[in-house]
Write a protein that binds this ligand. Structure first.
Ligand SMILES: [Zn+2]
Length: 134
């Protein structure tokens, strides 16, 4: 279960919208207890690809975020990116690039009038939806 407070969801959504027409991306950090992860910080990063179908997080942004996360005593819980015109589910590339089965992969779709935000756990080439709480 990923505890993603409303304020964090709003931050993700605002970053996704400001990145249009391209994908937007970032990192999620906070505290983990068993398989319950509570997001306390959303780090909005630059998408180096500047593409509506791909993203790569700027390495210097990532580095800075990880430093801040460590300083706060938090753990990296996952990441997020937007799908400007496709549904909220991992693409084949998203699955291929997912490197850590303990991380939450949050995808916010802006394909419909009402945005759809979902979280996934990806392991051994398979994605499973993860429950989101507030
Ligand atoms: Zn994707």
């Amino acid at each position: 279960m990923l505890i993603l407070p409303k304020a964090a969801q709003d931050q993700i959504l605002a970053h996704a919208r400001s990145g249009l027409p391209n994908e937007a991306c970032g990192l999620l950090a906070g505290l983990a207890q068993g398989d319950e992860k509570t997001v306390l910080g959303v780090y909005c990063l630059k998408n180096l690809d500047q593409s509506p179908e791909h993203f790569s997080m700027a390495p210097e942004d990532q580095f800075k975020a990880i430093q801040e996360i460590r300083k706060k005593g938090w753990a990296l819980l996952g990441n997020f990116h937007s799908h400007p015109s496709t549904p909220s589910r991992p693409s084949n590339e998203d699955i291929r690039l997912a490197f850590d089965p303990s991380l939450s992969y949050v995808i916010v779709s802006l394909a419909t009038a009402e945005p759809v935000l979902k979280s996934f756990l990806i392991s051994k080439g398979l994605a499973a939806e993860e429950a989101i709480g507030q």
